[in-house]
Write a protein that binds this ligand. Sequence first.
Ligand code: NAD
Ligand code: UDP
Length: 319
Amino acid sequence: MITDVSQYAGQTAVVTGGAGFVASHLIDRLLADGLKVVALDNFVTGTRKNLEHLEGNADFRFIEHDVSEPFDVEGDVALVFHMASPASPIDYVEIPVETLKAGSYASHNSLDLALRKGATYLVASTSEVYGDPEVHPQREEYWGNVNSIGVRSCYDEAKRYAEAAAMAYHRAHGLETRIVRIFNTYGPRMRLDDGRVVPAFIGQALRGEPMTIFGGGAQTRSFCYVSDLVDGIWRLMRSDFHEPVNCGNPHEMSIREFAEEIAKIFEIELKVDDRPMPPDDPKVRKPDISRAKDVLGWEPEVPFDQGIRETIDYFRGVV
Ligand code: NAD
Ligand code: UDP
């Protein structure tokens, strides 16, 4: 069962990592649905610009803080969304210790806040908990194939810990917890230079540069538009389901095909700058979203062609 949004009108949601790509869209949605929002961020990978349009909004408050350090929020809190974490491979490989803390210390700080306030807690987990998957597409029952000491482990293991922490608070304290496993998501407000493939190829196309395809480009990803993801996250928070739920778009393509799509939209000939495959890069990734359909009545609605054009329009204004 999904609680109607009207039940939350006037209540407060705390969003960690609020200046980031996904969380800033989530905040817009919560405010549009009549909630008050307190966002925390230390700008390690996010930017003040993503929240600029909310200046002067009486329902919105921002606290600059590293949530891996303890924190409190004044007043009643109904919902805690723990979204803070570096999310791009080039970000988390550069700051592995901060990334581990965002999944561990910051999870505890956010869980403890939810416990003190009697709030419902949701953590942004990731398809990376499946590692380089041996099961395809990935269902929530699959335990994953993660290299615990590889360069991506600071992120993958932090998120696996974050899931374990949510389950432990649920079991030990009866805390209402939600776990969303987010698959590759794209849209406006991504950082053009964050190294993820969507801003990378669009930026290269806009600058007339060849596209940096890693490892030949046969590896696959499935890209979800951000408004669809936010809808899934918001539904999950309003459900009563405490086990993990995949949120992503099952529309799978190879990285080479993705580059070709971008070249087609820009009406340019695809030029490739072949680069080596980064270590432990998953070879395939596609969500099985049967659980999200059953439990949340959710599936993505924005077709790739529409979402990618909206994203390109945004990046045209940034370059
Ligand atoms: P992002 O880098 O744009 O946003 C993360 C935000 O968290 C940034 O604003 C950053 O400054 C903030 N942050 C990080 N550590 C912090 C700390 N210790 N204290 C305070 N703020 C901190 O990334 P995103 O793509 O918007 O990702 C948001 C969440 O969703 C992350 O938890 C990420 O792991 C998860 N996720 C995203 C995707 C995706 O495709 N976008 C996929 C899987 C999971
Ligand atoms: N990728 C690429 N060129 C780039 C950036 C990424 O070929 O400039 C590849 C990367 O190796 C991976 C896929 O695109 O196989 C998606 O990478 P991204 O960093 O966007 O997300 P993740 O690896 O976390 O799914």
